[in-house]
Design a protein around this ligand. Structure first.
Ligand code: PEP
Ligand code: MG
Length: 325
């Protein structure tokens, strides 16, 4: 699939209306990194650090993590990598951690909640990232932030780690970005100051959709009832985008939908300036965007909403067909 889109690999995802969408890839293992060149992605919009923890049978050591993150940054060769700190719990369970019997793990003790309650691993990870950067730029984001206070507490851990590294005489990152994943409706309605405080936001659409529709993302039977292009979900995304825009906060969308053709086009038309997806989707999505007038598509979406459609999918499908797709 990567071969087919090789001719547009170094071109931008500029739509017919002139707007350019920044396309990034999701990764989690060293083996994903070669795709950065092959796919034409501008960077890694989501590096799921838990995968490294999940493939082991014991807790990795700080030095190992630091060496690994340094190799990721080396392979990225100056391109941005947004490292997401450990998102365990829910569907991702570590064999070497005490199992946690919870009735609803997706809404349970997971991600940054674990990181803040038992900060040992989070601290080790932050220190490993700072050391790996070794003077290069560093982007870190925290998963499953539901309240601004969680973000501030996690960021404080990062600042403490920085202070420690400074005292130890290690080189500090040239620039730092500390962001949050927006994966629950609560954060969409956080106070304005949060939107100003955070360096960037990344919408985790898989979780956000699960909580918006109260439909378990692992449960096919209920998940399939809800369409990403449902007007209520699009209105919700609109709200998030307008808040980010008002605060001047960079925002991206990194759920699976960013890599699905029609969803990606609609997310771009809605106003997401950056999408992060599985590597194999970057070429196809770029191709689609380059052949689409996103402004006109936005009009089609608006019209369908005004007409009371439940989902904009039929109208978008019809429009794409009329455009000769
Ligand atoms: C998401 O929730 O959309 C996301 C990108 O994170 P994950 O799929 O790892 O939960
Ligand atoms: Mg998530």
């Amino acid at each position: 699939a990567l071969e087919r889109y090789a001719s547009i690999r170094d071109l931008k995802a500029t739509a017919l209306c002139g707007s350019t969408i920044s396309l990034h890839m999701n990764a989690g293992l060293m083996a994903d990194l070669p795709s950065l060149k092959g796919s034409g992605a501008e960077g890694v919009g989501l590096f799921r650090t838990e995968l490294q923890f999940l493939i082991r049978n014991k807790m990795p050591k700080r030095a190992e993590l630091s060496a690994l993150y340094a190799r990721v940054m080396d392979a990225a060769d100056g391109k941005r990598v947004a490292f997401r700190t450990l998102d365990i719990g829910s569907d991702k369970v570590l064999s070497y951690m005490k199992p946690n019997d919870e009735p609803n793990p997706a809404m349970g003790w997971r991600a940054v909640r674990v990181g803040l309650d038992k900060p040992g691993v989070l601290r080790m990870q932050l220190q490993a990232l700072i050391r790996a950067a070794n003077g290069r730029p560093l982007s870190v984001m925290f998963p499953f932030i539901t309240l601004p206070a969680e973000f501030y507490a996690a960021r404080e851990e990062f600042e403490k780690a920085m202070a420690r590294e400074r005292i130890l005489g290690h080189a500090l990152p040239e620039t730092i970005e500390v962001g949050a994943m927006l994966e629950t409706p609560s954060l969409a309605y956080a106070p304005d100051c949060f939107y100003h405080e955070v360096d960037f936001l990344s919408v985790g659409g898989n979780d956000l959709k699960q909580f918006f529709f109260a439909a378990d993302r692992e449960n096919e039977r209920v998940r399939r009832r809800y369409d990403t292009l449902d007007v209520s979900f699009l209105s919700f995304l609109d709200h998030i985008l307008s808040r980010a825009k008002a605060a001047g906060t960079p925002i991206s969308f990194c759920g699976e939908d960013a890599g699905r053709p029609m969803e990606a086009l609609c997310l771009a038309a809605l106003g997401f300036p950056m999408l992060s997806m599985r590597p194999a989707s970057v070429g196809p999505v770029k191709h689609l965007i380059r052949h689409c007038n996103l402004k006109a598509l936005r009009g089609v979406i608006e019209e369908a909403r005004a007409e009371g459609a439940a989902s904009v999918r039929p109208a978008v499908t019809k429009w794409l067909t009329s455009q000769g797709w």
